[in-house]
Design a protein around this ligand. Structure first.
Ligand SMILES: [Zn+2]
Length: 199
């Protein structure tokens, strides 16, 4: 068996060779270009993220929200806006503790709520509708597509009718799958009923 000393020496030698190789490669024009491109791309990722954050923040700030209850958890209701997607779910106690684990979108929402004292929750219209937020957003966006100039009150009326049809008209499993697909919810979407958001 090689002694530890020999093993160590071998690694040092191998690294010396590699360091020389890396030095030589860095002089190559293509490698230079490659490294520069990586660095530029990283800078742009950062810039893109910052701009995305600003865009979403502006969207949330300018939305006259329509709130539904997207989750009823123990004694708390967590509301979400069917228009801009602002979702109070980021205030669930576990999200609060694990801020670093939130997605970029969730972090933007959390920061938005915090930066204006959660004032957003008092703006717009509060409905008594219990609904999965993805489903609600999909229904609203279809209504908005067919009626681009619709006012909020009429949109809520149409929304309730559409949701009622979805919940009370019996359809086969296959048609449910197709409906989920049409609403871009993924074929395995299951949260059609009000009780699905009550945990
Ligand atoms: Zn909104």
């Amino acid at each position: 068996m090689e002694s530890l000393n020999e093993q160590y020496k071998k690694v040092v030698e191998e690294r010396e060779k590699l360091i020389k190789q890396i030095d030589d490669l860095q002089k190559d024009e293509n490698v230079k270009l490659y490294l520069e491109s990586i660095s530029q791309n990283n800078q742009l990722i950062h810039k893109q993220e910052k701009l995305y954050q600003k865009l979403k923040t502006e969207e949330y700030a300018s939305c006259n929200h329509i709130w539904i209850t997207a989750l009823h958890d123990y004694d708390s209701n967590y509301c979400g806006c069917i228009k801009c997607g602002l979702d109070q779910i980021v205030f669930r106690p576990d999200c609060h503790t694990y801020y670093h684990l939130l997605t970029l979108d969730q972090k933007i929402m959390y920061d938005f709520f915090e930066s204006n004292d959660r004032l957003a929750l008092r703006q717009g219209i509060k409905t008594k509708i219990f609904c999965d937020l993805d489903l609600a957003k999909a229904i609203y966006s279809r209504i908005k597509n067919s009626h681009p100039n619709i006012d909020d009150k009429t949109a809520i009326k149409y929304f309730k009718v559409a949701l009622n049809d979805i919940r009370h008209i019996k359809v086969s499993k296959e048609r449910k799958k197709n409906r989920a697909k049409r609403l871009s919810l993924g074929p395995n979407f299951k949260n059609w009923k009000a009780k699905d958001v009550m945990k």
